[in-house]
Design a protein around this ligand. Structure first.
Ligand SMILES: Cc1cc2nc3c(=O)[nH]c(=O)nc-3n(C[C@H](O)[C@H](O)[C@H](O)COP(=O)(O)O)c2cc1C
Length: 210
């Protein structure tokens, strides 16, 4: 929890309070297509009582509205929202501990900023902090096709420690609708950052094989 005090030290207390109790993650939403993934991921995190500190870019707000007709306040499962320009937010400092950061969906613009170490907004800064603190950072980069710059930037952040996990649906598990396809991907994201989920249809081979 974030608590204010006259000498400004209370925010440190706030960080320690949640340490070792609940898993606490940063969810950054940028302006790429794929907001259904966000809804499904938040649902899974909520089931596991994960504390979610969320940031959304201006373009993210726009695409959320265009794709789902939703405002940020209508997204279920966010514990705290932080403004995109708020460099006093806890995730702007490495001294406030988080278990992981997910950028979903991640634009190639945000990817480029992270690759360049450019802290133009709180999402870029939090991603930079995650890398320098050697904490899990997952970027669900969404663009098609990729140009060379995108591919080089993905290599750069991969080599700096990030997980590149583009939102790509799978068909072998026969999702009944887009929601189930999005939930399957969201569960794979949780797998990557060590959060248990229930309901993911996992491949166990072909029963009649051989
Ligand atoms: C409907 C819509 C869909 C978009 N989809 C993508 C996308 O899939 N990938 C991408 O990199 N940018 C996409 N964009 C463009 C980004 O929103 C734009 O480049 C923005 O400046 C990115 O800023 P941000 O990274 O701070 O969110 C889309 C824009 C709109 C309006």
């Amino acid at each position: 929890m974030l608590l204010e005090s006259a000498d400004g030290s209370a925010w440190l207390v706030g960080c320690e309070e949640t340490m070792n109790q609940t898993k606490k993650i940063i969810l950054a939403i940028t302006g790429a297509t794929g907001m259904l993934y966000v809804v499904e991921l938040l649902g899974l995190l909520q089931q596991q009582s994960i504390e979610v500190h969320a940031i959304i870019s201006d373009s993210g707000c726009k695409v959320l509205d265009l794709e789902l007709g939703k405002k940020t306040a209508e997204l279920q499962g966010v514990s705290h929202w932080f403004a995109i320009g708020d460099f006093t937010a806890p995730m702007a400092s490495g001294s406030c501990r988080y278990d992981a950061m997910i950028v979903l969906p991640c634009t190639v613009g945000t990817l480029g900023a992270v690759a360049a170490g450019f802290s133009g907004n709180l999402i870029h800064r939090a991603a930079d902090v995650s890398l320098k603190e050697r904490r899990p950072l997952l970027l669900a980069v969404r663009e098609t096709p990729f140009n060379r710059t995108h591919i080089v930037n993905m290599m750069t952040v991969h080599d700096a420690g990030a997980i590149i996990c583009p939102p790509m649906g799978s068909f072998y598990n026969k999702p009944k609708d887009l929601q189930e396809m999005a939930r399957n991907f969201a569960a794979r994201v949780c797998d990557q950052i060590g959060i248990e989920t229930t309901g993911l249809k996992r491949w166990e081979g072909i029963e009649d094989a051989g």
